[in-house]
Design a protein around this ligand. Structure first.
Ligand SMILES: [Zn+2]
Ligand SMILES: [Zn+2]
Length: 408
């Protein structure tokens, strides 16, 4: 058995206990002080140099190898979600309205495990390993950007970054990775269709924003079905429609909210332009007005192909090739690890947690989401192996594309 895997498996009970402790005490974006304390204390106990309060509540640990060479980073997010935990397990959330329903407690435990495993082999490392514990992945504008601004990738300069996310649609213990764009670029919109209120019996004296909103919702469907390449993944959806107070009053305004998602920031920006055109045309056609606000969310995560190959090789050696799934299919969620990948070559991969036999089938962000802690040592060992392989690789992966930054 691989020595990192052996070491990580021996730590399994400890990693499970750390995960459960964090799980019982979930902290949402930028309030992760207790979690950050646990992380910082753990890293200090391992003898690592630790920087706290990086970009808010972020923590960075540095493990120096036998010689000064490259520096590789492994990143985990630490935040919980503002939602109820409906599980009945003993380790369920002890905080009302907060839950680790996205598995970030597991990501944190896995990365601590990797730090523990690698710290015992520092003498074999041809460089340094940075352990980046990031706050606030779930809450915009995210914790990645402030950590970068606060120098998380500098001193020493990071040359490659690895991170993973649990995934209940992938069989437990398997690894899934997609080269190129692997998450979407998203934007939220808040739209107001502005008409002129009045009596329903005298529609000619009004401009009906309900009809305008209905026409706009219908017209927006054609942006995806008629104006977007069917082979380009894109989403345009409304999540909120609010307007009116009584059945005999035509209101002044209807409020709508929704989201636009595409595989690259550039495609997302084209969808936004088409949406604005549609909204404006519809409002004018009805003699009304509109107000549209766009909130740019995270840009897509770009997985550097050379980093994907490195991860896939390490995972194949560690777990067996049959447990490594390469996919072209992107994950339609957003992830702010994308900001790290804009700075240095990176790979963001998924570790499978789906286990129908044990009932671990609930999707991420479900109030019942949970996973088997048997995946923690697997993630820890693979993180460790990737770091070692990156530092001893003869060729350095480089950023292979123009940086595709979102509008800000
Ligand atoms: Zn999430
Ligand atoms: Zn997540």
């Amino acid at each position: 058995m691989n020595r990192f895997m052996e070491a990580a498996l021996a730590m399994a009970p400890q990693l499970g206990a750390v995960r459960r402790d964090i799980h019982r005490h979930p902290e949402t974006g930028m309030t992760e002080t207790r979690t950050a304390r646990i992380v910082a204390d753990y890293l200090k106990d391992l003898g690592l140099a630790v920087r706290e309060g990086v970009g808010g509540t972020g923590v960075v640990g540095l493990l120096e190898g036998r010689r000064q060479g490259r520096t590789v980073a492994i990143r985990a997010d630490m935040d919980a979600l503002p939602m109820a935990d409906r599980k009945t397990t003993a380790y369920r959330s002890g905080v009302d309205g907060k839950a680790h329903a996205c598995g970030h407690d597991g990501h944190t435990a896995m990365l601590l495990g990797a730090a523990a495993v690698l710290s015992r082999h520092a003498g074999e490392l041809d460089g340094s390993v940075k352990f980046i514990f990031q706050p606030s992945e779930e809450r915009l504008p995210g914790g990645a950007k402030p950590m970068i601004r606060d120098g998380a990738l500098e001193d020493p300069r990071v040359e490659g970054i690895f991170s993973c996310h649990v995934h209940p649609d992938v069989p437990q213990g398997s690894v899934m990775v997609a080269p190129g764009y692997c998450t979407v670029s998203s934007a939220g919109f808040t739209l107001e269709m502005i008409g002129k209120g009045g009596h329903v019996a005298q529609p000619h004296q009004t401009v009906d924003p309900i009809v305008m909103a209905a026409a706009c919702i219908t017209a927006a469907q054609y942006i995806i079905s008629r104006r977007t390449d069917p082979l380009d993944p894109a989403v345009l959806a409304f999540g909120v429609v609010q307007g009116g107070t009584a059945n005999n009053i035509i209101p002044e305004r209807v409020a709508l909210k929704g989201t636009i998602r595409a595989l690259s920031p550039a495609r997302r920006d084209r969808l936004i332009a088409m949406f604005r055109q549609t909204v404006e045309g519809t409002a004018r056609m009805h003699g009304g007005d509109f107000r549209l606000e766009i909130d740019m969310e995270y840009p897509s995560v770009f997985n550097e192909p050379a980093m994907v190959d490195l991860l896939a090789r390490a995972a194949g050696d560690l777990l067996g090739r049959s447990r490594v799934i390469r996919t072209e299919k992107p994950f339609m969620g957003g992830e702010d690890v994308s900001y790290f990948h804009q700075e240095v070559p990176g790979v963001f991969w998924f570790i499978g947690t789906g286990n129908p036999d044990k009932g671990f089938t609930h999707p991420l962000h479900s109030p019942w989401f949970d996973f088997d802690e048997a995946v923690l040592p697997i993630g820890a060992a693979l993180h460790a192996q990737c770091a070692l392989d990156f530092l001893s690789a003869t060729e350095m992966p480089a950023l292979s594309r123009p940086v595709d930054r979102p509008q800000e």
